[in-house]
Design a protein around this ligand. Structure first.
Ligand code: BGC
Length: 716
């Protein structure tokens, strides 16, 4: 018998339920082990998995309880939300996605994994694969934006990065594809609210990233808190058991979200804890995170005949198998012993700086305000986000501490050792007090150039951070008006850095500013990365992966909406439009300027006719007509001219990047497998229909900015 089967055969029910339970050791980075009541339960084998603990010392100490003092000596599986870095934070996922570089996405996850593993962890609850088309929803920041294809690409890269070539390696983390599935379209963008979307949207938009994660070998999956058309995901047999396990062949561990099994009572689908536990187990949930519903509910559910011991054994088997794959049985302390060298940490921070700079999105740059002309003699760094190292972490800081983060002010001071760099916050992030504005405006008079740092606090996005208004919080709009008006009056270059975990609806700010960068939350090297870009060492190249609405009333707004029978027509009232707003977003998906100026020409598509097995080669020439070297991201969209199902206006099918010095021309080649031209037919299975497909190539999801060619699709 294998090790796992031998173990299962010798386990008591309590020990089995222990392997199906994950509980929190209070989060600790440097402090002592805080396992509280868990200590006794770990020794007795009644807790087999932990979340939220960090550090080789504490992890080693608690692992010892399981491995040396419990009857069966089964190691603990210990996890933490390492979303975009562990101690060294990289830009938030929404920002990183806009770099459109799978190798880089993989590299940051690899670094995060090895840093987390060196801290004793074996599991991260990432990547988050929720496709969000509603920036009111705070968790938009944790994902890759509005596009499903991008989420698919990012899912695969992140799983490869976190897990590495083998899970058994001491620097690998088991990844967790979450939140399964369709959590983002919560009603009106309100966190944890009910979800009700079509089968087609589910299969077309929300499921593909999870399929990609499974293909990439993701070790675990977490169901969403939410219900889908009345069935809570934690109990969704059709999607968890039949689709995820049955259809994609996922054999890994399904871990509930925090307390989600108990919340089945609140959803109104279970009368008591045993019933809730039985529902989750039936659906295929192996591990109960924080509800203690399996330990308390399943013994009664067994007595009532609601579940069988075979089902319990199956869940235990999956958990033990994962622990075995992670090498925990062979070397339970393998992830606690490694000391990271200074060189490793320096290399990681250099990567954070590079990725940080690349993730900045230059939304606007009238009169080439940016980069600032150097040398600068004086600079005013104004605003509540200017000296805010703690905010640069974003809403999921893992073990990243503020002292380890470079604020904008610190970054600019380091980059300009000979300049006078003055600072005033002007206002706080959220309060209405405007008394500090005059002092901030006074700095404008004394400086050559001004950087105005505005936006959200990190906690205003992420979990439980839905917003109904997407403007600048507090009195920041007043500060912006005062500073920008003064700078304009004096003719001084002023650039706005806007920090946020989502696109904001700030048309006035966009109007008032000449140069505007969406900085999101750039991570530990925020200030250095920003200095690199505003001083021209690096040309910005990030793109927004979610469109920026003009107002909350436009939401949900995304580039892939379907055609309508009455397309907007300004001279016809009875067409699809608003009376009081344009239809278009302020900035389209893909928007982001560089310090170059790229002209697209000579679109070539080969072959001109393809069947579903073929691959389309898309080539386009780029000429950098600007004065600086820059990197351009090229997006390839498709659009079926006629299909049995009304097609989206545009569908992303590929992307590529090219760096060019001024005056040079180069070619970008992007391969698009014909399968990406498939869509879900009337019965929701993939079809490749004969007909004409438009292939549209350019910088952003705006037809006027795209070159258009056509290919003939030869369906079978
Ligand atoms: C979140 C998950 C997270 C878990 C553990 C939950 O509240 O929804 O995304 O992985 O907590 O921290």
């Amino acid at each position: 018998m294998s090790r796992i089967e031998t173990l299962i055969a010798s386990m008591t029910l309590a020990e089995k339920l222990g392997q199906m339970t994950m509980t929190a050791a209070s989060f600790t980075v440097t402090g002592p082990v805080i396992a509280g009541d868990s200590t006794a339960s770990i020794r007795s084998g009644e807790i087999g998995n932990l979340l939220n603990m960090v550090g080789p010392g504490p992890v080693h100490e608690i692992q010892r309880l399981a491995v040396e003092q419990s009857r069966l000596k089964i190691p603990l599986l210990i996890g933490l939300d390492i979303i975009h870095g562990h101690r060294s934070l990289f830009p938030v996922p929404l920002a990183e996605a806009g770099i459109f570089d799978p190798l880089l996405w993989e590299a940051t996850a690899r670094e995060a994994a090895s840093e987390g593993a060196a801290d004793g962890l074996a599991l991260t609850f990432a990547p988050m694969l929720d496709v969000s088309r509603d920036p009111r929803w705070g968790r938009t920041v944790e994902g890759s934006g509005e596009d499903s294809f991008l989420a698919v690409e990012m899912a695969a890269a992140k799983v490869r990065g976190f897990q590495g070539p083998t899970l058994a390696a001491a620097d690998a983390l088991a990844a967790c594809a979450k939140h399964f599935v369709a959590y983002a379209p919560v009603l009106a963008g309100r966190e944890y609210a009910s979800v009700d979307i079509s089968e087609r949207t589910l299969h077309e938009v929300h499921l593909p990233p999870f399929e990609a994660a499974v293909r990439a070998g993701v070790a675990t999956v977490m169901p969403a808190f939410t219900d889908l058309a009345g069935i809570p995901m934690t109990a969704h047999t059709a999607l968890l058991r039949d689709w995820l396990r049955g259809r994609t062949g996922f054999e890994g561990v399904i871990i509930s979200d925090y307390n989600a099994i108990r919340e089945l009572l609140n959803h109104g689908v279970a009368a008591d804890l045993p019933q809730a536990a039985a529902l989750a187990l039936h659906a295929g949930v192996d591990v109960d995170m924080m509800a203690d519903a399996y330990r308390h509910g399943l013994p009664i559910a067994l007595e009532r005949g609601l579940v069988s011991m075979d089902q319990i054994d199956m869940a235990v088997r999956r958990v033990l198998r994962l622990k075995e794959q992670l090498g925990l049985f062979d070397d339970p302390y393998g992830r606690c012993h490694r000391h990271e060298t200074e060189a490793t940490i320096a290399r990681r921070r250099a990567l954070a700086r590079k990725v940080g700079a690349q993730s900045l999105v230059l939304l606007k740059n009238d009169h080439n305000v940016l980069p600032f002309r150097t040398p600068l003699k004086s600079l005013a760094v104004i605003g509540p986000l200017a000296d805010a190292a703690v905010e640069m972490r974003g809403p999921w800081p893992a073990a990243g501490v503020a002292e380890n983060h470079v604020s904008v002010l610190a970054g600019m001071r380091a980059a300009l050792p000979d300049a006078k760099v003055a600072h005033a916050a002007g206002v706080s992030i959220e309060e209405d007090d405007t008394s500090g504005i005059p002092a901030a405006v006074a700095l404008v008079d004394q400086a050559d150039s001004i950087l105005l740092c505005l936006g959200e606090a990190a906690v205003m996005s992420g979990e439980a951070a839905s917003r109904a208004h997407l403007g600048l919080p507090g009195a920041q709009a007043a500060l912006a008006t005062a500073v920008l008006t003064r700078a304009h009056f004096l003719g001084k270059p002023c650039a706005v850095l806007l920090f946020s975990g989502r696109p904001l609806a700030v048309p006035e700010l966009v109007d008032q500013s000449e140069a505007l960068i969406a900085a999101w939350f750039p991570g530990c090297e925020a200030g250095s990365a920003i200095a690199d870009v505003v001083l021209g060492k690096v040309s910005p190249s990030g793109r927004t992966v979610i469109c920026w609405p003009r107002s909350v009333g436009q939401i949900p707004i995304f580039y892939g909406e379907r055609r309508t029978g009455r397309p907007a027509n300004p001279s016809d009232k009875f067409t699809s439009k608003y009376l009081d707003s344009p239809n278009e977003p302020l900035f389209a998906f893909g928007h982001g300027l560089t310090y170059g100026a790229f002209r697209y020409s000579n679109l070539r598509l080969t072959p001109q006719a393809i069947d579903v097995r073929g691959t389309l080669q898309v080539q386009v020439d780029l000429t950098n007509e600007g004065a600086r070297t820059a990197c351009e991201t090229v997006l390839v969209f498709t659009h079926d001219v006629v299909a049995t199902v009304s097609p989206p206006l545009l569908r992303l099918a590929g992307f590529g990047r090219l760096e060019l010095p001024p005056g040079k021309t180069g070619t970008v080649s992007i391969a698009v497998p014909a399968q990406r031209l498939q869509f879900l037919g009337t019965d929701l299975s993939p079809v490749f229909e004969s007909g004409v497909a438009e292939i549209l190539v350019g910088p952003r999801a705006n037809r006027a900015d795209l070159l258009v060619g056509t290919v003939l699709m030869q369906g079978g």
